[in-house]
Design a protein around this ligand. Structure first.
Ligand code: A2P
Length: 331
């Protein structure tokens, strides 16, 4: 069977990647429907050699269609309003915004980590934050084998994570223009600030990493802290992850664990200067792990360096992998 797929926010950074990844992975598509704001309605986006019209997102344009999957990346407010509309007309919504992620009625899914949560969806499934996705893919094998007590995340995140606006701020900033999306210049600079600051001094991005990791791992007792940082890189988030495991380990076992882990490419041979960088991960759906080493300052401490393409595994590809899982394994 082939499926009808809607892409909501099709003209955006992640929306365009949805379209590309649907083509590349040869997703079993019958019809595609592209939605964006009124501004883009009437423009065309090519899909498999044909130009598909972009429609304005409104109920009128949804209700007369059979849509099996709706892939959303058009901001939180749009998701809050329109995900229930698509679900009402029997689509399964896979939403890339943060709007539904912490809703107890909505599963938050990374297929390599918690595919079992897909089955209790009620029409909406949330795609986690880009930084969380790559982190939990790397943490899952450790969690299952040794248990995890505490995690310290420090991120180095690409500008494309802030959409077209973020991308343009770096591009134009390198030509001396003032930023429009970010509050401070990102060209030749780094900003310890992603999403808005909250009362307790953490940014929302940091709280997303903390809360989403616990939800995906089904473990509220995990102790987690995070510092999330924007760097002048177009594509690919990097993360230093410091982990305190519950149980003793030996370092050779960690290497073999990652050699065989689902969705992970081990890139760790420092004698030959092999470690993952954003350029290595760009264009790929796997999570890259390297710089594996013991943290000698605590018992059972471990350091990892984790890199992934934030627009692919961190967003579009993860959502499409969720849809593929539903097709292959059932809801
Ligand atoms: P548009 O291009 O018509 O503004 P990005 O994250 O790269 O900035 O992309 C955001 C995506 O979300 C775009 O496709 C944008 O469409 C879409 N979008 C933004 N606001 C709305 C809205 N109110 N209704 C539908 N789509 C929206």
């Amino acid at each position: 069977m082939n499926y009808n797929v809607a892409v909501v926010g099709a003209t955006g950074m992640v929306g365009r990647k949805f379209v590309q990844v649907l083509e590349e992975r040869n997703f079993p598509v019958d019809k595609v429907y592209f939605f964006a704001s009124k501004r883009s309605a009437g423009t065309y986006i090519p899909f498999k050699g044909e130009n598909v019209i972009v429609e304005e997102l409104k109920e009128e344009n949804i209700k007369n269609k059979t849509i099996h999957f709706a892939l959303f990346s058009a901001g939180g407010d749009t998701s809050l309003e329109y995900a229930p509309v698509f679900a009402k007309y029997n689509a399964i919504v896979i939403d890339n915004s943060s709007a539904w992620r912490m809703d107890p009625e909505v599963p938050l899914v990374v297929p390599e980590v918690n595919p079992e949560d897909i089955k209790w969806n009620k029409g909406i499934i949330a795609n986690p934050n880009c930084s969380t996705i790559q982190a939990v893919v790397a943490l899952k094998p450790l969690y299952d084998k040794y248990g995890i007590k505490r995690i310290i995340y420090s991120t180095y995140q690409a500008v494309s994570g802030a959409g077209m606006g973020g991308f343009n701020d770096l591009k134009e900033g390198l030509n001396g223009e003032a930023p429009k999306k970010f509050p401070r210049p990102i060209a030749n600079n780094i900003l310890p600030h992603i999403d808005v600051f909250t009362e307790n001094g953490y940014t929302k991005e940091e709280l997303k990493m903390i809360n989403e990791t616990k939800k995906i791992m089904h473990d509220d007792n995990l102790k987690i802290t995070a510092t999330t940082v924007r760097v002048p890189v177009y594509y690919g988030h990097s993360e230093s992850i410091n982990i305190e495991l519950q149980n003793e380990y030996n370092i050779e076992d960690i290497f073999s664990l990652y050699k065989n882990a689902k969705g992970i490419i081990l890139m760790d041979d420092v004698k030959n200067l092999i470690y993952p960088t954003p350029i290595d991960a760009e264009g790929h759906d796997e999570v890259y792990v390297g710089r594996i080493r013991r943290d000698f300052s605590i018992d059972n401490g471990l350091n990892l360096w984790v890199v992934a393409d934030n627009i692919r595994k961190g967003a579009a590809s993860n959502a499409i992998q969720i849809a593929e899982y539903i097709i292959n394994e059932g809801k």
